[in-house]
Design a protein around this ligand. Structure first.
Ligand code: NAD
Ligand code: DAU
Length: 383
């Protein structure tokens, strides 16, 4: 039996996924006196290879479980005397949500509700109830809907950080997502995340549960499943396969290096105010087509190909249904209140990312074979 007296016991859900694996790694390495329980169903997006370097650490335990399975989650919370939850498990890909919205409602809405209810019922059995406990829900900027592209050529961004990009510091409109904005989700994915955010806040307002919600912009970096723009395109460029650019490639996303998100999660988990919402962003807006050109140039340079050799792989395809035009986060609240800002300039982040995927071809090959490959071909056949 483990002695929990001086130990924080933290359940991290979705820890075998992209962002979750970075959060698990950070917590396991940084806090040897915490017990980290990674709960993941290992869907197509979950991959224990993402955590090989820490899987034998004494403060780490992996449990394969579905967050929708209330009984299992409740029993595990009891067994491990969990006082902290960092909830990342979700279906996360917008294109899949367009094809299969039910799975998104099940995991993102019902799964989050099951996590909340299990934590509530377990914490209510504790002598000090919610004292020392925290339920931290990881959400997305997509819940706010879409911003307009009022400056298609870009204007100087009003925000600067020590990590602001040296080459590119544009904003594509005057408006930004702030924490007080009304929710306006458009895709089944963002609608399911919005709904889960509402449940989390309802558990605070109704039962006094100590909750926190953060809404983050697009992450990039190692271990991202290659259905998402950046790893998909790096892999396709490497193999000289077409790069399917949705619509005109004019949509804008605000990119944050995944380790900077994990650092923000660590900070907010420990220092954030209960019942608050914090937006997390990269202060780093890019049009898809521009970021794609940077990725092509970076891959070609690293592989020693002629400059621009692979630009002709760009293939404009039918747009994503309901494609949100622009996301841009104002994360000055987090900067002001907790002193967080991105640490990595985009130039360095994209270099590291491209090199990581090119150096980890086996990781990529194992994923892009078999079942996933068939799904991917199917998806594009039907576009
Ligand atoms: P991901 O798809 O890479 O990983 C999701 C993980 O959740 C996988 O390991 C999967 O096996 C697990 N999972 C899925 N359904 C489950 C279930 N029913 N029970 C247990 N585990 C289950 O996702 P990601 O990109 O790492 O995103 C993690 C979280 O961060 C999500 O909540 C997402 O909405 C949010 N988010 C992502 C981004 C981004 O850019 N990727 C940005 C902002 C917020
Ligand atoms: O903003 C945060 C969100 O970022 C997260 O909540 C989601 O979980 C995450 O998947 C991401 O959503 P996006 O839809 O923005 O990411 P994705 O990588 O799918 O696409 C980025 C942009 O690139 C988007 O405008 C669609 C476009 N795109 C994407 C793919 C996969 C293409 O043009 N072609 C593609 O093949």
């Amino acid at each position: 039996m483990i002695d929990f007296k001086d130990m924080k016991s933290i359940m991290i859900t979705g820890g075998a996924g992209f962002i979750g694996s970075h959060v698990v790694r950070l917590f396991v390495n940084k806090y040897p006196d915490y017990r980290i329980i990674n709960v993941d169903k290992l869907t197509y997006a979950g991959n224990l290879e993402n955590l090989r370097d820490i899987e034998n650490c004494p403060n780490y335990r992996f449990v394969k479980a579905d967050i929708c399975d209330f009984d299992t989650i409740y029993a595990l919370m009891q067994e491990e005397q969990v006082t902290g939850v960092i909830h990342l498990a979700a279906e996360s890909h917008v294109d899949r949500s367009i094809k299969d919205p039910f799975t998104f409602a099940r995991t993102n809405v019902m799964g989050t509700l099951s996590m909340l209810q299990a934590a509530k019922l377990y914490w209510e059995t504790r002598e000090n109830k919610y004292e020392g406990c925290r339920f931290y829900h990881i959400s997305t900027d997509e819940v706010y809907g879409a911003l307009e592209l009022t400056h298609p050529e870009g204007i100087d961004s009003p925000f600067t950080t020590t990590a602001s990009s040296a080459l590119h510091h544009h904003a594509y409109g005057e408006k930004f997502f702030t924490e007080d904005l009304k929710y306006m989700p458009h895709s089944p994915y963002s609608a399911s995340k919005a709904s889960s955010d509402h449940f989390v806040r309802a558990f605070h307002d109704t039962y006094g549960m100590p909750t926190i919600v953060t809404n983050c912009s697009n992450n990039y970096g190692p271990y991202q499943f290659p259905e998402k723009l950046i790893p998909l395109f790096i892999n396709n460029i490497r193999h000289r396969k077409p790069l399917p650019v949705y619509g005109k490639g004019e949509n804008v996303r605000d990119w944050l290096y995944v380790e900077d998100h994990a650092r923000a999660i660590d900070l907010i988990f420990h220092k954030g105010q209960v019942a608050e919402t914090y937006n997390i962003g990269g202060f780093n807006e890019w049009k898809n087509i521009d970021i794609i050109k940077v990725v092509i140039a970076t891959v070609d340079r690293i592989l020693g190909r002629e400059e621009g050799a692979d630009m002709d792989l760009i293939t404009y395809v039918t747009d994503r249904a309901g494609h949100d035009m622009r996301y841009a986060i104002d994360s000055r609240k987090l900067q002001r209140e907790l002193g967080w800002e991105p640490s990595l300039q985009f130039e360095e982040g994209i270099e590291r990312t491209v090199r990581w995927y090119l150096d980890h071809q086996e990781w990529m090959d194992r994923i892009t074979s078999g079942e996933y490959e068939r799904y991917y071909e199917d998806m594009y056949k039907n576009r």
